[in-house]
Structure formats: C-alpha cells, structure tokens
Design a protein. Structure first.
Length: 400
C-alpha cells in the first residue's frame, strides 16, 4: 500500500528546513509515502523534489497575489482525489482552509507545528527589545491572538493528527485540550547519509595572526535566541584560555540582529575573536563545525524555546564533535541519555567552566564525543524517525 500526501509549507522553495528536506524528500518516499510539496516561488523555476511534485506558487504576483495563488492551489488539492492526506505546516489561515477542504472531500487532515507561531507573535509584540515598529505592535499582537483562537479552538481539535516538534510541545498542546491520541512528537533529527561525507575544514576568514582554539555555534543568530551569552563567555574565557575564538556559523533573519552580536563583541574588546560566516550550505557548515575544537549549543530558557527541538546538538553528536549545551528540556534529554557532552546552566560563567575543561582536556572531550553518532542513529536519525511518521500516515489513509 502506498499513501499520497500533499503538504503546504510557509517558505519559499527549495525549502531549507532540514526536516522537510530529509524526512519528506528522502526517507518517507522509501517507505511508500509519496508527498507533493507546495510553497512560495523564489523567482526561479520550481526545484526538483525527491518526495514527489514540487509546486512553487506566486511568482511575479506580489505578496497578495502570491497568497491568493497559494489559496487557489490549496483549493485545487482539496478537490484532487489522488491525495489521501492533506497537511499544512505552521500556517493557521491555510490550516483552516485545508481542514474545511479535507472534510468536504473525505481526506485526512494533518497539521504540523514546528514552532508556536501565534504565541511568538504575541510575545514579540510585547517585547520592547524586539525590532518592531511601535505602530506595528498592536497589529502583530492582534494577528497572533486571532491565530491562537483559530488554531486551538478549531483547527487542532478537528485535525485527524497533529505533529509537534518535541515532547514538551506535545504536552503543551495536549494541555490546551487536544486529545493526546492524535498528537505525535517528531523531534529534529539528522540525515546521517549526508553527514557521512563531511570532512573537517577551517574557516579562512579569521584576521591574520589568529591562532587560539576555535569553538563554534551553528544556527540562526536572531536576537530572540540570546546569543550574547556566548559572546560574554568568550570574553570571560580569555583569562583561562587566551586567544580562544568563536565562529558563528549562520546569520540573523535581518541585518540588525547580526550587527547586534558584532557590536557586543566590539564593546567587550574581542571583535577580532568572533567571526560570522553568514548562511552556508549544510555540508559546508558541518565541515566547518568538524574543523573546530568544540561546538556550543545555546537555547534560551523560557516558554517558546522550552518546547523546541534544536537541530544543532544532534548534528554535533552525529559528526563526533565534543559539545557543550545548556539545559533546555530537549538538550538535557539528549545529553542525559547519551552522556556524549557537557550540560551547563546556560549562564556565561557556566559555559566558561565547561568550555575550559573541554579545551584543557581534548583527549577526554574527543573520547566522550566518539559514540555520539551511534546514539543519533538509534534515536534521532531521519531514517528512524521516518518509520514512526510513515506508520501514522498509513493508519490514517487506511481509516478513510
């Protein structure tokens, strides 16, 4: 038996979400789940998609025209009898329309939550440190509030299944009255087939004369992530590990967010010890991680991020990198189960203590990280995660 699914995603195509690229384009098709993807056009022709058909909508239509084209494509899919399952990811308005169309056409409807979008909008509207114009804040809050009501009062209660990104997010959603039997947590994983080809590389962009050990962070540099903690840690580390450097492999969603971290480093007198690479292809980013001495994963504690499932720590372990991470729930679970790195409290001083030990004892650090890949293969590889997700789609399609 094969299942045909169509999923609607909020980003431009080709998607850069690692779980969409790996889980849906590579591993689920091997298990008999053909899945077409619909997203927004980036100006180029629709890219190849390993899972099935790729439909990039809205090219040359402007923002409103692109949304209307997206809705029309969703309407067409709802009427298409080839599909067993219709799935929407992180879009409340599309989720409401998709749910209606699925009910009218007899399809199964799934909603995929990778982040608490509506809650995030309301928080950003209230947070004065966010770079949001004053006149936009009431509108942003209203949008978040309306989406929250629609999501938790209509879409999720009536969906056939809801996927969340972590156990903590699943429990949060269940606490809003959604039946636990229709909730499944699918944490971020690693495509081990791609990681296997990684070869260590050093970042060539350091100032001349830089020679200290390099620690790295891989991921988004948005202000919301509080990465000034790592900048502060590098400044404090100069007493114990002179010349230690921080490579930030990624970028901010907007230029001011990257500039904030660079300005923080300059204020602390370590501008030459902090480098930002900008966005890079995954293989290049992993190679730079492998070329460093230690990898860091910081996830700010708090409502929004405590329900997240960070990718970076799993990626570090999969390539055998010694790692230091703070005690967000998912990271605490991974390091607690695997015992492959150091868990800290998330303060700059906490990172300093763990980083100092790991850099002073490199043989111990490498030995601790050596079996990280085996743990990921068993618990966080997309090949393993795909088996559980495919079973849900087969069950839903069989119940039609």
């Amino acid at each position: 038996m094969n299942v045909r699914l169509i999923q609607f995603v909020p980003e431009t195509l080709p998607t850069h979400r690692p779980d969409v690229q790996a889980l849906f384009a590579r591993y689920l098709p091997r298990l008999g789940i053909r899945n077409d993807i619909v997203g927004y056009a980036a100006g180029a022709p629709a890219p190849d998609w390993g899972g099935g058909d790729c439909v990039a909508v809205g090219a040359g239509r402007g923002k409103l025209g692109a949304h209307l084209h997206f809705a029309a494509t969703l309407l067409k899919a709802g009427l298409d009898r080839r599909y067993d399952v219709l799935q929407v990811r992180d879009m409340v308005w599309a989720g409401a329309l998709g749910l209606l169309l699925a009910r009218l056409s007899g399809k199964r409807f799934c909603y995929w939550m990778s982040f608490l979008m509506s809650e995030s909008r309301m928080r950003r509207a209230r947070d004065r440190s966010e770079s949001v114009a004053a006149w936009k804040r009431p509108l942003l809050f209203a949008k978040g509030w309306l989406e929250y009501q629609l999501l938790y009062r209509l879409i999720l209660p009536l969906a056939d299944h809801v996927f969340t990104q972590s156990d903590a997010m699943r429990d949060y959603v269940a606490g809003r009255g959604i039946a636990a039997a229709r909730l499944s947590a699918v944490p971020m994983g690693v495509d081990l087939e791609r990681v296997a080809a990684v070869t260590p590389q050093r970042w060539p962009g350091w100032p001349a004369g830089s020679e200290g050990p390099v620690v790295c962070y891989l991921g988004a540099l948005d202000r919301l992530r509080g990465l000034e903690v790592l900048i502060d840690a590098i400044a404090q580390l100069q007493a114990a590990v002179p010349g230690v450097r921080l490579l930030l492999i990624g970028d901010g969603s907007h230029p001011p967010e990257r500039a904030f971290l660079e300005r923080r480093a300059a204020e602390l007198g370590i501008a030459g010890l902090v480098c930002v690479t900008g966005w890079l292809p995954s293989e290049r980013a992993w190679s730079l991680v492998a070329g460093c001495d230690l990898a860091l994963s910081y996830v700010p504690r708090g409502f929004l991020f405590d329900v997240s499932s960070p990718t970076k720590l799993a990626e570090y372990l999969s390539i055998g990198m010694p790692s230091v991470a703070n005690d967000s729930p998912d990271q605490a679970a991974v390091l607690g189960d695997s015992e492959r790195g150091w868990l800290t409290d998330g303060t700059a001083s906490g990172f300093v203590k763990s980083i100092t030990f790991a850099l002073h004892e490199p043989d111990i650090a490498r030995l601790r990280a050596a079996d990280g890949r085996a743990y990921i293969e068993q618990h966080r590889s997309y090949a393993r995660l795909a088996e559980g997700v495919a079973a849900i789609y087969f069950r839903l399609a069989g119940a039609q």
